[in-house]
Design a protein around this ligand. Structure first.
Ligand SMILES: Nc1ncnc2c1ncn2[C@@H]1O[C@H](COP(=O)(O)OP(=O)(O)O)[C@@H](O)[C@H]1O
Ligand SMILES: [Mg+2]
Length: 254
């Protein structure tokens, strides 16, 4: 059975990690894939914008305090959420102080045989390369990098790619970068400086930069506020079309 673990990462906030993780997961679920969305950010934005709040959080499952079935919450058909909560920060600290903590997520996914239940695990991360984010580099098959046409966001790409290179060498030789994509951006409506930054990124990272960009679209934001994927909230919107194109391109690149 096809089984991919995609970690949506950036060490910058506000670049659409959460928005993208939710909508990518929802699109795949709509296509009949079995999908698990893991919220690895104690701010719990993915959780709040899907199921609201969980009955427990992913940290409790990681350390073995609660079983997977106690913590997982169904969201829409084919899509379950492993929620976050404020307390996840405290759990992450404790996890990070253990020997070999880097392998924890990978081991838990294997023990739980999640490859029997899901085709895709999509992980939404906090905006920094934290303890939990580091465990995703080792568990993941692919890293996906949302970015914004801003200097600091683009500088962050190098940082993540360096970590990917290190992890590949030591722990996870088959880890791949699925791609870098720009969000809240479209070549036709943004300033020259934004376009210049996107072109510079293409120069630096070549084929790693995806063709699809996600335009700024109010339906994307509203959908989250209504706890709905954009495909359900506004199926004919630009946002819906852009995310469909993004997932199609993503699948081609896996
Ligand atoms: N394409 C878009 N169009 C309009 N608003 C967007 C778009 N993508 C994200 N947003 C909004 O931008 C903010 C940051 O997005 P979010 O996904 O939370 O970023 P991150 O998880 O990287 O911090 C949110 O308020 C979200 O609703
Ligand atoms: Mg987020």
């Amino acid at each position: 059975m096809e089984f991919y673990i995609i970690s949506v990462l950036s060490n910058k906030g506000g670049v659409s990690k959460t928005t993208s993780a939710i909508n990518i997961a929802a699109y795949l679920a709509n296509k009949g894939k079995r999908v698990l969305l893991i919220d690895f950010d104690a701010q719990a934005n993915s959780t709040l914008s899907t199921i609201g709040t969980g009955n427990g959080h992913v940290g409790e499952w990681l350390v073995g305090e609660k079983s997977f079935s106690d913590v997982v919450v169904p969201y829409i058909d084919n899509l379950d959420v492993l929620p976050a909560a404020r307390a996840l920060d405290t759990y992450a600290k404790a996890i990070g102080s253990e020997n070999d903590y880097q392998f924890l997520l990978k081991e838990r996914i294997e023990e739980e045989k999640l490859d029997d239940s899901y085709n895709y695990i999509i992980i939404d991360n906090a905006p920094s390369l934290t303890t939990l984010a580091y465990t995703t580099f080792i568990a993941a098959t692919h890293i996906l990098l949302p970015s914004a046409p801003e200097e600091f966001a683009i500088a962050g790409i190098a940082n993540v790619l360096q970590t990917v290179a290190n992890v590949k060498k030591r722990y996870n030789p088959t880890l791949k970068v699925a791609g870098i994509f720009f969000s809240k951006y479209h070549p036709s409506y943004r300033s020259k400086i934004d376009n210049d930054m996107v072109f510079a990124t293409k120069d630096a990272y070549g084929d790693l930069v995806m063709e699809t960009t996600i335009r700024t679209n109010v339906s994307i934001k509203e959908a989250l506020a209504f706890k709905k994927p954009v495909f359900e909230y506004a199926p004919d919107s630009q946002g819906s079309k852009d995310y469909e194109a993004l997932v199609k391109e993503l699948i081609e690149r896996l």
